[in-house]
Design a protein around this ligand. Structure first.
Ligand code: ADP
Ligand code: MG
Length: 335
C-alpha cells in the first residue's frame, strides 16, 4: 500500500494493530500525545518528536537558536497535552559533516533557553553523521498525577482552545514568500490570488515569531477536563483525533474561533480568510480540550461535543460537515 494513499495516520493505525498486547503498566500507549506508564504509584509520561530539515524547518529562514527552542517546545506541548510536567530531555541529532560545531552550540542555546523556563534537564542523546540534512529527534520524559487522554470527551461537553489559532501557518506562508522556496510552482499556485503588498511589519513579525518560536502554555487546573490534545496538525485534524478516540461527534462555530488581531489584519490585506488558517493551519501548539460547558476558564469555547457527526456552523448559521483537513505526512507536499 502506497503511503501517500493511507497517510501518516493510516500508517500509525496499522502499526498500532501490529504492536497490540501492551502490558498493563502502559496506561496510555500508541495513539495519544505521550505514553503514560505506571511505575509504583507514579505516572511517567514519555513523548518523542522529530524535526527534519526540508520537512519541518528551512535553515534559510530559521536560526539554529530558534530551531532549538522550537524543538523542545513541541515536545513540551505534548507533555502539557497529557496534563503533565516536563522533566528530562534526550536529544538525538544527525548532522551533515559540513555543518559547524558553533551552529550546533547555538541549537543547544535555544534548547537550554526554553529548558530553563520550564525546569527541563538535558539527560542524554545520540550523535550521528547525516547525509540527508539536519535530523533532530527528541524524547521528553515527564510526570503527572492525573493523565488526560484524547479519549474522555462526552456528548454535552464544551470544546475549548487555550489561545488564538492560525498565526503559525500564516507566519510560515510569509516566511516562504520571502524565501527562495517561494519560487516552487505549487506555492505560486496556492498563493496566486493573494495580495502580498504593503503588509505592516508590526503585524507580520508576531506571526513569524509564533511559527519560529512557539510558546507552550500549560492548563493551570485540569480537574474538570475530560479530554485534551495539543494543536500540532491543525484544529480540524486534532479535534477529529479527539472525536475518533472518544467515539463522539463535534459541532464548532466559525465565529467563535479565536484569531489574533495580527492574523485578522494580515489576512484582510492579503484578501484571504483568517479562519481558514485557524482551522487547517498547524503548529499553533495551543491546547484543545473538552470539559463541562459551565467550567470557569479563560480558554475560548468554540463548540460542543455531540453524539455523532462533525459539523461547522458558519457566520450565517449554515451547518456543514467538516473533514480532518490540515497537515499530514505522506499526503501533503512541503511547498
Ligand atoms: P503528536 O502529533 O502529538 O506528536 P503523533 O501524531 O506524532 O502525535 O503520534 C500519535 C501517536 O502515535 C503517539 O502515541 C505516537 O507515539 C504514536 N506513533 C507515531 N509514530 C509511531 C511509530 N512509528 N511507531 C509506534 N508508534 C508511533
Ligand atoms: Mg500532540
Amino acid at each position: 500500500m502506497q503511503l501517500s494513499k493511507i497517510g501518516e495516520f493510516g500508517l500509525i493505525e496499522k502499526l498500532l494493530k501490529k504492536c497490540k498486547n501492551a502490558p498493563p503498566e502502559i496506561l496510555t500507549g500508541i495513539g495519544d500525545d505521550a505514553a503514560a506508564i505506571k511505575q509504583g504509584n507514579k505516572k511517567i509520561l514519555i513523548t518523542t518528536d522529530m524535526l527534519l530539515e526540508g520537512i519541518h524547518f528551512d535553515l534559510s529562514f530559521t536560526t539554529f537558536f530558534q530551531l532549538g527552542y522550537k524543538f523542545l517546545a513541541v515536545n513540551i506541548s505534548d507533555i502539557f497535552a497529557m496534563g503533565g510536567n516536563p522533566k528530562y530531555f534526550f536529544i538525538s541529532i544527525g548532522v551533515p559533516k559540513n555543518y559547524k560545531s558553533e551552529d550546533i552550540g547555538e541549537l543547544y542555546s535555544g534548547i537550554l533557553k526554553i529548558a530553563g523556563k520550564f525546569g527541563v534537564a538535558i539527560a542524554g542523546g545520540d550523535t550521528c553523521e547525516s547525509r540527508q540534512g539536519l535530523i533532530l529527534s527528541g524524547t521528553l520524559i515527564g510526570n503527572t498525577d492525573k493523565i488526560i487522554t484524547r479519549a474522555g470527551a462526552r456528548a454535552g461537553d464544551g470544546i475549548f482552545v487555550t489561545g488564538t489559532l492560525g498565526d503559525s501557518s500564516m507566519g510560515l506562508m510569509l516566511l516562504k514568500k520571502q524565501a527562495s522556496e517561494a519560487r516552487s510552482q505549487e506555492f505560486k499556485d496556492k498563493t496566486r490570488n493573494l495580495k502580498f503588498k504593503t503588509l505592516n511589519p508590526k503585524n507580520v513579525l508576531p506571526l513569524i515569531k509564533k511559527h519560529l518560536m512557539p510558546e507552550p502554555i500549560p492548563l493551570e487546573n485540569t480537574s474538570k477536563i475530560t479530554s485534551m490534545i495539543d494543536i500540532s496538525d491543525g484544529l480540524l485534524i486534532d479535534l477529529s483525533h479527539i472525536c475518533d478516540k472518544s467515539m463522539v461527534g463535534a459541532v464548532i462555530c466559525k465565529d467563535k474561533i479565536p484569531v489574533s488581531k495580527e492574523l485578522a489584519y494580515t489576512a484582510k490585506v492579503l484578501g484571504t480568510d483568517p479562519v481558514d488558517f485557524a482551522l487547517k493551519g498547524g503548529e499553533d501548539y495551543v491546547l484543545l480540550f473538552t470539559a463541562p460547558q459551565d467550567m470557569k476558564t479563560t480558554a475560548f469555547k468554540i463548540g460542543e461535543i455531540v453524539k455523532s457527526g462533525r459539523f461547522i456552523i458558519d457566520e450565517k448559521g449554515r451547518k456543514t460537515k467538516f473533514k480532518p483537513e490540515g497537515y499530514e505526512h505522506f499526503k501533503n507536499s512541503n511547498s
